[in-house]
Design a binder for this molecule. Structure first.
Ligand code: AMP
Ligand code: MG
Length: 345
């Protein structure tokens, strides 16, 4: 059946024809070599891409080096397995380990620890890659759900002092997810327009739409943190905000948004190291603001303000998680895990 003088035969060769004569060749434009390799111009996405088309193995389950390749199954099964593996390395679910419970004292909190993780730093880095696939997969399903009328979304609220690593979380954890599905907002000092409204106005406008993963880099909590520490409004005003924020979050959760609140905590020494790096390194200098040094002097005032936030706004619908963040790898791993758990609910 070989076309004489040629290595290639047309699609209608025994290689592509079952004994009953029905053709399994994808189309007549394909060429099959004597060894069974099929060359299909332009289309077909499986196989090795070569100039002008795709080279496909005679047998599925073999790669183009003619080696056996394992079957991986569907993407969905892959992710489930990866999630299952995650729980082998965590002593407990991350939300249980890191959640603020009664009697929590920020003063006594050790930001150098890596509670509950058994795999060490190299294990965490390797692991993050796999968890990223799972996270992206779950986000994709949520996104699809949003497109077909679902109203669920996830909101990650990130708080932490300067240098705590909020930006790193956004790059290394949120970066694992399809950017189309992410709605990221960083809250700085309010603009004139924002000041002319209630402090929750800009927050409400930034809430994630159905199917999205919302990320707040700073949040409504600045209105009881920086605002309280710097006396930007009278105490009579900010002291009422804890209850207002709780009521606001309860409504948001009711409407279908899973709220994951994360406070990254570093030691004063580590903060000093990180902020002085910003001064020293040209590629970090842009992050430095002269005010950062003043803020450091206010560390005890911030600690008290954060303590009140944890005492008053860690609710059942929107609990706080405090993450020791001196070890960046741990903080990133922990936030990834918290998000995975949020997506699974
Ligand atoms: P960064 O996150 O480093 O870009 O800094 C943002 C700055 O905006 C921080 O110094 C915050 O304290 C400040 N900020 C955020 N929200 C508010 C607010 N509601 N009122 C005053 N300052 C704020
Ligand atoms: Mg910053």
């Amino acid at each position: 059946p070989r076309v004489s003088g040629s290595e290639w035969s047309t699609a209608a060769t025994p290689n592509n024809t079952e004994s009953d004569g029905s053709s399994t060749a994808p189309d007549a434009a394909s060429f099959t070599s004597i060894s069974g390799w099929t060359f299909t111009p332009k289309y077909l996405s499986v196989g090795r891409r070569v100039r002008g088309g795709v080279l496909r193995s005679p047998e599925p389950g073999r790669n183009h080096h003619d080696e056996r390749v394992p079957r991986t199954g569907s993407g969905r099964r892959w992710s489930r397995r990866r999630i299952a593996m995650a729980h082998d390395r965590w002593k407990k679910p991350a939300h249980e380990l890191l959640r603020v419970n009664e009697g929590f004292r920020l003063e006594a909190f050790d930001a150098t620890r890596t509670p509950g993780w058994k795999g060490g730093s190299p294990g965490a880095v390797k692991y993050m890659k796999k968890q990223g696939v799972a996270l992206a997969d779950l986000q994709e399903r949520l996104f699809a759900d949003g497109r077909s009328g679902g109203h669920r979304s996830v909101l990650l609220v990130l708080q932490g002092m300067d240098g705590a690593g909020k930006g790193g979380i956004v790059r290394h954890v949120i970066g694992l997810v399809d950017p189309q599905a992410v709605q990221h907002h960083a809250f700085g000092p309010p603009t004139r327009v924002e000041l002319s409204h209630n402090y929750l106005w800009r927050i409400r406008r930034a809430l994630p739409t159905p199917g999205a993963l919302g990320v707040f880099d700073r949040s409504q909590y600045e209105d009881v943190l920086v605002v309280r520490v710097h006396d930007l409004v009278p105490e009579a005003v900010w002291s009422k905000r804890y209850d207002e924020i709780n009521a606001f979050e309860a409504k948001v959760a009711e409407a279908g948004t899973v709220i994951v609140k994360v406070a990254l905590v570093i030691t004063a020494d580590e903060q000093k190291r990180r902020l002085s790096r910003r001064l020293r390194l040209p590629d970090k200098y842009w992050k430095y603001k002269p005010r950062d040094a003043d803020e450091r002097a206010l560390w005890p005032a911030y600690r008290d303000a954060y303590q009140s936030v944890f005492d008053k706004t860690s609710t059942d619908v929107a609990p706080w998680h405090v993450i020791p963040a001196n070890e960046k790898w741990y903080a990133r791993l922990a936030v990834t895990e918290l998000l995975l758990e949020a997506f699974e609910t």
